[in-house]
Structure formats: C-alpha cells, structure tokens
Design a protein around this ligand. Structure first.
Ligand code: HEM
Length: 224
C-alpha cells in the first residue's frame, strides 16, 4: 500500500492532472473558467474568496519552494533544518488560518444561500469540501511537527518530493514510517490533483497575470 500510494499514485495523479487538463482545454474550451457566482451574494464571496486565495497562494508557494529546493541549498545558505521547519510552521500556520476562515465563508455561502446552492454543481461543493479537508489535515500536521523540531521529518518529505519529480525509485521509503496524518495529507493532495481537470480548479492555469501590465482602463459609474 505504501509503495502504491507514495511511488505509483503520484505519477497517476500528475498524469491525469496534466493530460486531463490539456484534453479538457482542447475538447471543451468554453467550460474552462472559474464559474464566477459574484452576481449572487457578493459581499460574503468577496471576503471569503480574498481570504481563501491569499492563504492558498502563500501555502502553495511555500510547498513548492519548501519541498522542491534541494536541502543542500538550505545547508549552503546556513539555514538549519530546525529554522526551516519553524519558518514553515509559522508562515504555513498564518496562511492556513486565513485560508480556513475563507473556506468556511465560501462553503457556508454555497450550502446555505438558496440561490447559490441551486446554481452549484456537485463538483463546486466537492472541491470546497476537499480543500477544507486537506487544509485541516495540513493544520493538524503542525501539531505533530511541533513535538520534534529537529526538521528530520521535513527532510524526508523533501527527499520524497524530489525523488518523485526526478523519476527516482525508492521515494515511498521516505514516507513509510511517518505519522498517519502526514500520509493522509499527501494522499488527499494527490487525490485533489487527480480530480483537478474535472472541476473549476482549472482556472488556476489561467491566472490573469496580464492584468498587471495591461494598459490602464478607465471604468466609471453611469451618471444618474
Ligand atoms: C492563480 C491565481 C488565481 C486566480 C486569479 C483565481 C481567481 C478566481 C476567480 C476569479 C474565482 C471566481 C470568484 C467568483 O465567484 O467571482 C475563483 C474561485 C475559486 N478559486 Fe481561484 N484563483 C486563483 C488560484 C486558486 C487556487 C490556487 C485555488 C485552489 C487550489 C483556487 C480555488 C478556487 C475555488 C475553490 C473557487 C470557488 C470559490 C467559490 O466557492 O465560489 N483558486 N478563483
């Protein structure tokens, strides 16, 4: 099971994530959107969405840098494993709380506003539930990590991720004896990648970065 979940399944999930997204974009481009529901119950959406996106983007950037930077780079910079772990716990914890409040607001709005509920698909709700589950597991791992701040467990996750992205065998061995909550967090993360192309999460590929450099546009309210 350990071999399947942490050596085989990551490749299945990444393949479905990439190929599924390309196929969806090719075959059904008009379904490729964030499915804005701003027109219904705007205020709660704005607060929830901003808090959620702020938190999740910091968390994702933290995961990418933290997991994929070779440990030798941190060593060369003189950053100890303990210091890196404390940084990860603090930054991840603060961003996690933002994300958590945002997700609760988004989920509450989606489930309890009759108009939003009526226009939501199964996947619109499921994606929020999956992200909330993943976030809770992530926050739970912090309580485990706090008990051993030597950073050795964190190094195992870095080794695992770096073995996976460089197609090396033996990756699962780094995960075999870590606490259950870490295994659950990694597995659910892979499941989220697996379902990604079938949900509105595809909008992440279309971040409107051009907004930052496009010509200035004047938008005025219509005079009464
Ligand atoms: C890359 C930058 C991102 C941009 C520009 C962006 C933009 C948007 C926009 C415009 C919406 C629609 C809000 C509305 O209803 O009007 C949205 C919704 C959403 N986004 Fe993002 N997003 C980004 C990253 C992410 C990431 C990384 C995730 C999660 C992994 C995510 C998950 C969601 C979810 C779950 C919703 C639906 C919220 C709801 O229930 O209404 N987004 N996003």
């Amino acid at each position: 099971m350990t071999f399947f979940l942490f050596q085989i399944f990551p490749y299945i999930a990444i393949a479905v994530f990439l190929l599924g997204s390309i196929l969806r974009f090719d075959r059904d481009p008009y379904s490729w959107r964030s499915k804005s529901s701003q027109i219904l119950r705007r205020k709660q959406l704005i607060i929830g969405s901003v808090l959620f996106h702020l938190g999740i983007l910091v968390i994702l950037a933290g995961h990418a840098v933290g997991l994929l930077t070779p440990i030798a780079v941190f060593d060369a910079m003189g950053i100890s494993h303990t210091a890196k772990q404390i940084l990860a716990i603090t930054a991840g914890g603060i961003a996690g709380v933002f994300c958590f409040i945002g997700l609760i607001l988004l989920l509450h709005r989606r489930l309890f506003d009759p108009r939003v509920r009526a226009t939501s698909s199964f996947s619109d709700v499921a994606v929020l539930v999956l992200l909330l589950g993943q976030l809770c597991l992530g926050l739970w791992t912090i309580t485990v990590s706090m008990h051993h701040l030597d950073g050795e467990e964190m190094v195992k996750f870095m080794e695992w991720a770096q073995h996976i992205v460089t197609f090396r065998g033996g990756a699962h061995e780094f995960i075999s004896d870590v606490a259950f909550v870490f295994k659950a967090h990694i597995t659910l993360g892979m499941i989220i990648l697996f379902v990604w192309p079938f949900t509105r999460l595809v909008h992440v590929f279309s971040a409107p970065v051009g907004f930052l450099i496009r010509p200035y546009q004047i938008v005025r309210k219509r005079e009464r």
